[in-house]
Structure formats: C-alpha cells, structure tokens
Design a protein around this ligand. Structure first.
Ligand SMILES: [Zn+2]
Length: 384
C-alpha cells in the first residue's frame, strides 16, 4: 500500500511539466511546489502563522543533520515529534543530512557502513548509517524522508563519481529495507525517497536512476545539484533521468534554484524544489521581484515611496516602502529581515502558483518563453 500518493491533474503538451496532487498525512499539496527551508525547524524571520496562514506554505523542509546535533532527535520524539515541537500544521520533508555532512563537517570518513563525522558545533564524533538516518527521521515524524546519500563536491572524476553513486544506491536499498520494516506496523503514513546521484555525468545519473527503480518508492529525489557546478549542468543532470524515473511518482530536485530557474526545472518534469535563497538573500538585502532583483541598500531607493514589487500583494508590499526597508536594512534592524523574508518567500510561492496556472491553461510554454526573456532583460539591466 502506498504511503504517500500522487496524482497528475494536468500535463503540458509541449514540455514535461505537470500539475499534480501529493497527498500526505498533513494535507494535499498541489505540485509543482516550492518548499521554504526551515533548517533549524524555523524559517528564519517568519512565524509558523506567517508561513501557514498568510503565505499558504503547504510543506516545509527541515534539516536532519542540524536537528540531530541540536536539540537531538530523541528530545524531539519525546516532545511529540517535529510537527508538535515547532507547531507546524502542514507537511514536513526532511533531508538526509548527507549534504551537510559533506559540506559542513570538516573531518569525515566514508565507509561502507556509513559516514563518520565530527560535529561542526563542538567537534564530537558521530556516525550516520542508512538505517540510523531512517530512525532519526521517524523520530521527527517527517512526512517525507530522504535516504542517506553521498553528495560529492564538484568537480570529481568519473571513476570517483561512479564509486560514490554505487555506494549511494547500496545505502538507498539498505535504508529502504529498514524503513519498510520499521513502518510495517505503524498507523502513520510516511514516505522515503531515494536520491539520484552521479555528479554531472549523464551516464551515471541514468545508471543510478535505473538502479533505484527497483526500490519502488513513493517518489524520487535528484541530489548533488547546487554544489558549485555551472547552472546549465544542473539542468542537464535533471534531464538525464527524466524519462527513466516513473512519471506516476513525484520528483524532487534538491536545493534549487534562482527564481528564473524554477520554470526550467518544472519544464523538465520536476514537481518539488527547495532552496535557502529566498530567505538567505532577503536577509542579505537581495529582494526578488516580478521586474528583477532589487538590491535594497542602493542609494536610489533612499526616497523611493513605492513597494518592493508593485505586482506583489504580500504584507510587506501592501504596507511598506522601499525607502523604509532600506532604512531598516541600513540600521540592521530585525524587522528588516522579517519583512524582506516575508516578501521573498511570497515571491517564490507566487511564481509556483503562476506556473501551475499556466500548465492548467495549456499555456506553460508561452509562460516559459516569457520568463526567459524577462530574466534576460533583468540580467542585461544588472550588468549596465
Ligand atoms: Zn511582496
């Protein structure tokens, strides 16, 4: 019996884009969907009410590695699971921690059984195995879990990428076996997604996707993106597996992307995405708008009475001027981060809403072309 179900409700006749419904224990989610990142069980600067009620976020991503180190999965289990702990009513997806182990932890050793690493907080030694990572995510009560994977840096040799990819496949099988055993008697529905790796080598990506099909999971993730590779390569890596991964299951591109890239991934059959960019860039003074990027510290906004984005109806744009936001930013006021994040997350969700609308209307190809020309114009303006 499937743990999480997915149904396609509209398909683009020209691209691989589709609109679907992903049914989870914490609500049905219309896809393609963007998931804001709540690394430490919080999207920095926003309350859960902002996210769930005002912005309408149906699913959040939380980070297995960070929450494992602090406050610890046993504490979260004791306090009723992640939904209750952080008072979040909608779905939660947790990543496997693989990406953080490989990017944050300076000292690590990969063995067949798993990965040994030292906490970036205090240097303590820990081990993640395919099985332990399933147990940690079950303690959180995540609706959608990820398997432990190795996320190689970019670039790596074909030989290393292949050995690493084969280990990720072996780990995925072990994780899936353990997951099925653990949930056999559980009344709660969860899903475990394996992760396609293979660096930027299309042949390895295809080999990995084929091997993971045997697991017959409820969805598939594509990892190893946004690790420093040129942007076109990330899209090629996704394209490589599009016709191998089953079309009846949701596909999740991990850690992407910039606003202009969102429709590009959707056009390649992606249903789910997450990225720290809307929240992190907001805090750093970069605001995404329907007319391109606004760098709020620029002097040109000093007396600008207009909203961040005249086409946005978020709380920030309805109530505050660019001049006020610039003033808050210059003064390093906490409210700046709150208002800026509020807008940027809304912008990402608005883009996804536009994409779904265009697919349903049968006009996604035109939407994609239009998005490309707006992005090119904004790029040209930024270079002047
Ligand atoms: Zn706004």
């Amino acid at each position: 019996m499937p743990q999480i179900s997915y149904e396609i409700i509209a398909e683009c006749p020209d691209t691989r884009a589709r609109v679907g419904l992903l049914h989870t224990p914490h609500g049905s989610i219309e896809t393609p969907v963007f998931m804001p990142v709540g690394t430490q069980a919080t999207v920095k600067g926003l309350t859960q009410r902002d996210l769930a009620e005002d912005i309408g976020v149906p699913i959040l991503l939380a980070n297995t590695y960070h929450l494992y180190l602090r406050p610890g999965h046993e504490l979260i289990r004791k306090l009723g699971g992640l939904h209750k702990f952080m008072s979040w009513p909608n779905a939660i997806l947790t990543d496997s921690g693989g990406f953080q182990v490989f990017s944050l932890s300076g000292l690590r050793k990969i063995e067949e059984e798993g990965v040994l690493f030292h906490s970036h907080l205090n240097g303590d030694a820990h081990t993640f195995t395919p099985q332990s990572i399933v147990d940690v995510q079950l303690a959180y009560g995540s609706d959608i879990q990820m398997v432990l994977d190795e996320c190689p840096e970019y670039p790596v040799s074909h030989e290393y990428a292949r050995q690493s990819m084969l280990r990720t496949v072996r780990w995925a099988k072990q994780a899936n076996d353990h997951f099925r055993m653990r949930i056999a008697d559980s009344p709660t529905r969860h899903a475990l997604f394996p992760i396609v790796q293979g660096s930027m080598y299309p042949d390895l990506r295809k080999e990995c996707a084929r091997a993971l099909l045997d697991l017959d999971t409820d969805g598939y993730a594509i990892g190893g993106l946004s690790v420093g590779e040129p942007r076109p390569l990330s899209l090629e890596a996704v394209e490589a597996t599009e016709d191998i991964l089953p079309r009846s299951k949701p596909r999740y591109a991990m850690g992407v992307g910039m606003p202009a890239e969102l429709p590009e991934y959707v056009a390649r059959g992606i249903d789910m995405m997450d990225c720290v960019l809307p929240s992190r860039n907001a805090r750093n003074g970069y605001l995404f708008t329907s007319e391109g990027r606004v760098i709020i510290k620029h002097a040109r906004y000093r007396e600008d009475e207009g909203p961040v984005d005249p086409n946005c109806s978020c709380y920030t744009c309805l109530n505050y001027s660019r001049a006020y936001l610039r003033h808050l930013f210059q003064g390093k006021e906490i409210l700046y981060s709150v208002l800026a994040t509020r807008h940027n997350v809304q912008r990402y969700l608005d883009i996804m809403r536009e994409i779904r609308h265009a697919i349903k209307l049968g006009s996604f190809l035109e939407y994609l072309k239009c998005a490309r020309s707006i992005a090119a114009e904004a790029e040209a303006r930024a270079e002047v």
